[in-house]
Design a binder for this molecule. Structure first.
Ligand SMILES: Cc1ncc(COP(=O)(O)O)c(C=O)c1O
Length: 389
């Protein structure tokens, strides 16, 4: 009997377990009466979460929920069609216009998720003979987008603009792209955007910037890494944002010139061939955007939480980060899993992040903060970490 693909699966699963890389889903129900990130697990235990990307605490905001329900009553639940085949609702257009005005972009195109947006943008814009330079710690969706484009990917050391310059200087043919997270999802640090923009000018490269973790968190009105550095939209070719993190909703968008958006609407396969995301979510995202723009108090609180964590536990192996993503590098996968388990016993949810999500030897706790955390939530985490570490 020839070996089938299926006959290999149990061996692969055994390998995953042996390497300590087994992944499991853990359903967590938000506590209906709590106004901070408190969840109940399937055994009825309360867990305080330091794991979500709900940076501004908007995911449970009643105003967003009311907007979603009102829209659902008008539009129904699922869009039940691709955006180009009848799935687009007026509220999608209104959201795109709001997002464009907020970022000062000519136009915006909505996508089903950030993952789909990155796949669609890169595979639509980048030709197989182009040269692509990408930070070694870029999000998987950016890496996969380049794979789909068929172009050769040259990865520079994380945040290392001297290395990027060396690679650019080697030359080659085709158009040149630099692709980067604005805020890195696992380390929480910022891309050195001013230097990157200068290199892009020097080498006539176009920048694709993934602002998934920056929008809502950094810069005036939460406009992200570009605003943080006081750069302009014209300094990059493409801005990608997700509605699933600081917005507290779901979905994603790309912002840029009218030509860019027209091209993506006609070429991006993950846009053309996907079902539009529910109109109710677009309505919620419009309300979320208003709160996010006016969210200075929430951003200040987030900043204070970060300082509190780092100043009260100064000797812990924190990665450098100015954002609510705070990495505690524990090195060994088994150690990271053990510490995460000990935190869970103390009623704190902070999962271990292991290879291949992060490089070998840098397994860690990825602590994420939210403006919805209370001072005593941080104290609970600090007390537990002091005991465990
Ligand atoms: C940097 C980055 N880009 C893109 C994505 C994908 O976004 P979404 O969750 O909306 O698919 C994520 C989130 O997982 C991310 O961290």
């Amino acid at each position: 009997m020839p070996d089938t693909a299926e006959s290999d699966w149990s061996k692969q699963l055994a390998d995953i377990r042996r390497q300590g890389l087994w992944r499991e889903l853990l359903p967590l129900q938000p506590d209906p009466v709590a106004d901070h990130p408190k969840f109940i697990d399937s055994e009825g235990r309360a867990l305080l979460s330091f794991a979500s990307n709900d940076y501004l605490g908007l995911s449970r905001d009643p105003a967003l929920q009311r907007a979603a329900i009102a829209e659902m009553e008008k539009s129904g639940l699922g869009a039940a069609a691709a955006p180009l085949l009848g799935g687009e609702r007026p509220v999608h257009q209104a959201l795109a216009a709001d997002l464009a005005a907020w970022l000062g972009a000519e136009a915006v195109l909505l996508f089903g998720s950030g993952y789909l947006a990155n796949l669609g943008v890169i595979s639509a814009l980048v030709g197989r003979h182009d040269r692509v330079y990408a930070d070694r710690l870029n999000h998987a969706s950016l890496v996969d987008g380049v794979r789909l484009s068929g172009a050769r990917l040259q990865r520079y050391r994380h945040g290392d603009m001297a290395h990027l310059q060396q690679l650019l200087a080697r030359g080659g043919s085709g158009r040149i792209w630099i692709i980067s997270d604005g805020v890195f999802s696992m380390d929480g640090d910022l891309a050195p955007l001013p230097e990157m923009v200068a290199l892009a000018r020097q080498y006539q490269a176009s920048i694709i910037l993934d602002e998934a973790h920056a929008l809502g968190v950094l810069g005036d009105q939460g406009r992200g890494t570009l605003a943080h550095y006081r750069l302009g939209n014209a300094d990059v070719a493409v801005i990608m944002g997700t509605l699933g993190k600081a917005f507290g909703v779901y979905g994603a968008f790309v912002a840029g010139s009218q030509d860019l958006i027209d091209l993506l609407r006609n070429r991006a396969r993950s846009f053309i061939y996907h079902t539009a995301f529910p109109a109710a979510l677009a309505a919620a995202a419009r309300v979320s955007l208003q709160k996010l723009q006016a969210g200075e108090a929430r951003r200040t609180r987030l900043h204070a939480h970060r300082l509190c964590l780092r100043t009260q536990l100064p000797d812990a192996p924190w990665l450098p980060s100015e954002t609510p993503i705070q990495g505690l590098v524990l090195g060994d996968t088994a150690r990271a899993v053990k510490v995460s388990g000990q935190l869970r016993e103390a009623g704190l949810y902070c999962p271990a992040v292991r290879p291949p999500t992060v490089p070998q030897g840098s397994a860690r706790l990825r602590v994420t903060l939210s403006a919805a955390h209370r001072h005593e939530d941080l104290q609970a985490l600090l007390t537990a970490l002091r005991e465990i570490l």
